[in-house]
Ligand binder design. Structure first.
Ligand code: BGC
Length: 754
């Protein structure tokens, strides 16, 4: 016992920086004093209540902390409460090891920003980094030091409710966002008290659940895994994320929480991850239902695969010692997991000051500030995507009468969106309030319809609060009121879409259209002949072909957060010209799913010519193309792309290619355009996507202004995973595409040899 730590310290001494050496010495020293029980205790993450997503809530938490049986707590906030819990650990437990305090801080903490899918549509990585920075600052002012974010699961199936929590379907963009979120949460280091340990999740492939049904099996080739789904997790690791959460789903027949390939071979060995791996909520004990064995067995399998901390199952706490006695796990495996937990606490500075994040002053002054609300408003305006704007019906005139109609027009419970556990709904600004605050036009309001008339669905959506408020009036009465005010108005703003918890965890939907109650409302509003602007609240792409054809304008606002209503008014009245672009394709119908842009050709590609469609890869009843493609989004102004100018067309080895396009704002509004670069590799030893996003730039141009914009392309951007899972590029022809979305692009051909 005495010799091992000394040897360990000496060995590490020669490989590490002084700071790492200091940490290793400290942790090794502490571990030399710990009993096996105390080590196992560190692996136990419990929640005394609050927002929980499963049935098990930890019991007798105080005593467990006292007995050294708890490593961390999640689900409580506030410096006072957290101080109380920390007191028990550092005053009453034998070794006085501080606890780590976590929570789901997903898109803001108390000040809620747009849902992550919305934030991703800004394509503004500096802004997204800032959003994470503010979230970490509020969370740490609230006593927390560990945020269960970023969620970087690539999702191609909008039926999956948790598509709302990620950055869409593309691994390149997803990786950029993963990186800046980690940087925003963690900062440079934890020397101050405003940064929190980030936790990238859900490792891995959680977003590829079959049929979009939450927690479901995923099954895919290793090439697809590495090419399309794993890059954002890796980007978070490369950015120095301190922790990783394993996912609920199985991969290759083994649940991710006990999947050695994922947790050890890929994460630790290939990617060199040195931080802490925590399970998802009861994902250890859920492996019993998966069919992996009893609690003792699943816990041992998880530890052996590389899991360090067990969230809520208490499988580690209650069975690992027995498994050690029976030779089913080793002391080294327990030590390694314990070391990771202690290192996380060390890095956060908790051994120096266990109350570092418990500042009442910060709690009183740094949460939900004017400044943070201002940021929330700005972030929201940048997240909206203008999907249609016939005859420039938007922006609205700042005079006349606007009828604001719809079940989501004045609904505080539906502004924040999924996973806003610390947000205060009562403080969110609704669309009606925002429109009135703008003071720009005469505003009339009617609810018009229920979010849904389906009481069974309403009951399920209302699990946490009354998002679906079924009116005491009949649908006909509500409709009549709406049509009355529409007739008195110059324009109708129809605020429709999903309730906040129609997306998010355990909120998969087989039908992703508007509810019939709202479809009827829209149909009747369109019949009035008044221009109809549809403001769509959505946590996922929805199937809206009728709406696309029949309403005059559509603005997707996702779930816009605390300042949503003000931000929507800013965009509708033209104070901000929308610049968001979709990060996930909108299918025409659910049968088309998956409709992601980076699909492959097949041996019988369909070129869109229906007269030659027989025996080609297509549907008889619907086109292959989505309603709105990845990267799509309109502006109040018009951007024109010139042809691509290349620095050369034949390249060799590690040269750099410069591709330049002149972008012109030919409309009458100042605006921002997200310029997108895609590459096609038409011939390779494995089949490649039709195109892959490989770059983007958000460019602001004044009305009438032009600018030359260049993209640098290096062979790194040509790399892919081949049959041996080697990441490399192959000589040949490539197509470079630059344009406004994944469908409408300028193209140029090059030749590049090794
Ligand atoms: C979710 C995680 C979350 C955890 C703790 C789980 O149900 O999948 O994303 O971090 O609960 O709240």
């Amino acid at each position: 016992m005495r010799i091992f730590p000394l040897f360990f310290i000496l060995l590490l001494f020669f490989h590490k920086t002084p700071a790492q050496n200091k940490m290793n010495t400290f942790v090794a020293n502490l571990m030399s004093k710990m009993t096996v029980d105390e080590k196992i205790g560190q692996l136990n993450l419990v929640t005394p209540g609050g927002a929980v997503t499963g049935s098990v809530v930890s019991t007798d938490v105080d005593n467990k902390i006292r007995n050294g049986q708890v490593g961390g707590l999640f689900g409580i906030t506030g410096p006072d409460k957290i101080r109380q819990a920390q007191d028990i650990a550092v005053k009453n437990s034998r070794l006085k090891i501080p606890l780590i305090f976590g929570l789901d801080v997903i898109h803001g903490h108390r000040t809620i920003f747009p849902i992550p899918l919305g934030l991703s549509c800004s394509w503004d990585t500096a802004m997204i980094r800032k959003s994470a920075e503010i979230a970490a600052s509020e969370a740490t002012a609230d006593g927390l030091n560990w945020v269960f974010s970023p969620m970087v699961d690539i999702a191609r199936d909008p039926r999956w409710g948790r598509i709302a929590e990620g950055s869409g379907e593309d691994p390149f963009l997803g990786s950029q966002i993963a990186k800046v979120m980690v940087q925003g949460y963690q900062g440079k280091d934890f020397s101050g008290n405003k940064n929190a340990l980030a936790c990238v999740k859900h490792f891995a492939l959680y977003g590829a659940a079959e049929g979009g049904r939450d927690y479901n099996t995923t099954d895919m080739s290793r090439i697809s895994m590495h090419e399309y789904f794993l890059p954002p997790y890796k980007a978070a690791i490369d950015a120095g994320v301190g922790s990783v959460m394993s996912s609920f789903n199985e991969v290759d027949g083994v649940p991710a929480t006990a999947n050695k390939y994922l947790l050890t071979d890929v994460l630790r060995k290939q990617w060199g991850f040195k931080g802490l791996v925590v399970s998802d909520y009861t994902s250890v004990s859920e492996m019993i239902a998966h069919g992996i064995g009893d609690l003792q067995r699943v816990s041992a399998e998880a530890l052996k695969a590389g899991l360090d901390m067990d969230m809520v199952s208490e499988g580690f706490l209650n069975t690992l010692k027995k498994s050690l006695r029976e030779g089913k796990v080793t002391r080294a495996q327990i030590d390694s997991a314990c070391k990771k937990v202690l290192e996380a606490k060390y890095k956060l500075g908790l051994f120096d000051d266990p109350y570092k994040y418990c500042s009442t002053e910060r709690f009183n002054n740094e949460i939900f500030t004017e400044e943070n609300r201002k940021a929330a408003r700005e972030f929201a305006t940048h997240s909206f995507v203008l999907l249609k704007n016939q005859n420039n019906v938007l922006p609205l005139k700042t005079s006349g009468t606007v009828a604001v109609i719809g079940p989501l027009a004045d609904s505080k419970f539906n502004m924040l969106g999924t996973w806003s556990v610390s947000g205060d709904h009562s403080k969110s600004v609704t669309v009606l309030e925002g429109m009135k605050n703008a003071g720009a036009a005469n505003i009339l309001f009617a609810k018009g319809a229920n979010l849904t008339d389906d009481t069974a669905l309403a009951k399920r959506v209302n699990a946490f609060n009354k998002q679906v408020d079924i009116d005491s009036r009949s649908p006909d009465e509500m409709l009549k009121e709406a049509l009355d005010i529409a007739s008195k108005s110059d324009v109708v703003v129809a605020v429709v879409g999903e309730g906040a918890d129609m997306t998010g965890e355990a909120s998969s939907m087989s039908n992703i259209s508007l509810q019939p109650s709202q479809q009827r409302l829209l149909q009747e509003l369109v019949k009035t002949g008044k221009p109809v602007v549809m403001v769509l609240f959505n946590g996922r792409p929805m199937t809206i072909p009728w709406e696309d054809k029949n309403v005059n304008a559509i603005l997707s606002v996702w779930f816009p957060g605390t300042e949503g209503g003000n931000a929507i008014a800013d965009v509708l009245f033209g104070k901000y010209n929308p610049s968001g672009k979709l990060t996930t394709s909108f299918p025409i119908n659910t049968g088309q799913i998956p409709a992601h842009y980076n699909r492959k050709n097949t041996g019988r590609p369909f070129d869109g010519n229906v007269n030659a469609a027989k025996f080609k890869s297509n549907y008889l009843d619907v086109s292959n193309d989505p309603l709105y493609p990845f990267g799509y989004g309109l502006s109040y102004t018009k951007f024109n792309y010139g042809d691509i100018k290349l620095s050369k067309t034949s390249l060799k080895g590690n040269e750099t290619l410069t591709a330049t396009v002149t972008l012109t704002n030919s409309g009458s509004f100042d605006g921002e355009e997200v310029m997108q670069l895609y590459i096609t590799d038409p011939v390779a030893t494995v089949t490649r996507s039709l195109k892959d996003l490989k770059g983007f730039k958000k460019v602001a141009l004044k009305a009438g202004e032009s600018r030359e914009v260049s993209f640098k392309i290096t062979p790194d951007l040509l790399k892919f995973f081949n049959s041996n899972l080697k990441y490399d590029w192959e000589s040949g022809e490539f197509f470079i595409h630059i344009g406004t979305n994944s469908r409408d692009l300028k193209s140029a051909k090059i030749n590049w040899v090794k």
